[in-house]
Design a protein around this ligand. Structure first.
Ligand SMILES: [Fe+2]
Length: 290
């Protein structure tokens, strides 16, 4: 039994939470940006500034001056530890340390998978095909090199999408919380054969936080009959104009710290002489204190 503002019958709690959430919502991506000296050694003020943005919108963007010759992965791991993230979700194409370098691969195994191409990736949350014990609750991206052109991420706080849907029709939420709402057939994700996963789109964790499991892909996803119209509504809200959808190109030295919000990757053109390189780390915890 869900208690509090995510209980569909508790209108008063929901309206209080919604009004507070909307009143604090960022109006542009610049509201999410925090300048930091070194992600591997955040000051208390920098940590507080990131946490404050994460509490309001489940995401923040740090901006540190690019550092030459640095070990990006070690820095990212130190940042993750500072944010209370310890359980990395590795996939078969991650490096041995569990962090995945995302760059264009023109041949080899990785070239078969969209993340390693210049192609767009539609709206999703990370790990939507994972089994429940490997739910991805936090996502970090660190930019070491940007594309010659394009490659932005569009971003939306899952809780704001929830509000848009519930205000339109609470039944949309009800059907998306059903345990059979979305099935991802067994397949091969980034080099790992995996069984089918069946589960809800929206779920509420034991700590009361909202989790969203979603992909806008039309292939390799099966919606229950009840959830299909709600999935259409989600797609319509994500594709339509919204003050809550932000678009941002990560610059070298910038990164996203987040509780796995909805996001895309826009198409890009890579310059092999100066390639796009993002490090991605997915964790099973949410960011501590957010
Ligand atoms: Fe993603």
């Amino acid at each position: 039994m869900i208690s509090g503002h995510f209980n569909l019958d508790d209108h008063a709690a929901y309206e209080r939470w919604r009004d507070g959430k909307l009143s604090q919502a960022p109006v542009s991506v610049t509201d999410l940006v925090v300048e930091v000296g070194d992600i591997a050694a955040l000051t208390s003020a920098e940590h507080d500034a990131l946490s404050q943005r994460l509490r309001c919108s489940n995401m923040a963007v740090y901006a540190e001056r690019p550092k030459s010759g640095r070990n990006h992965k070690a820095a990212l791991k130190a940042l993750a530890a500072r944010l209370g993230l310890v359980s990395l979700d590795a996939n078969a194409l991650a490096d041995d340390d569990g962090i995945t370098p995302l760059a264009v691969h023109r041949d080899g195994t990785r070239a078969r998978y969209i993340p390693y191409t210049e192609r767009p990736i539609t709206w999703h949350t990370d790990g939507y095909y994972n089994p429940p014990e490997r739910t991805v609750r936090a996502l970090l991206l660190h930019c070491a090199g940007k594309a010659a052109e394009g490659g932005a991420n569009r971003l939306m706080d899952n809780e704001l999408l929830y509000i848009r849907l519930r205000d339109e029709e609470p039944d949309l939420i009800r059907v998306l919380m059903a345990s059979d709402a979305m099935t991802i057939p067994g397949n091969d994700e980034e080099g790992l054969a995996r069984p089918a996963t069946v589960g809800p789109v929206f779920s509420v964790d034991s700590d009361g936080s909202l989790h969203m499991r979603y992909t806008a892909r039309s292939r390799n996803v099966v919606w229950s009959q009840a959830a299909a119209p709600a999935a259409e509504a989600v797609r319509r809200l994500l594709d339509g104009p919204s003050p809550h959808v932000f678009e941002h190109v990560l610059e070298p030295g910038q990164g996203l710290v987040s509780n796995n919000p909805l996001h895309t990757r826009e198409p890009f053109r890579d310059d092999p002489a100066c390639p796009r390189l993002l490090y991605r780390a997915r964790y099973h915890q949410r960011i501590a204190g957010t």
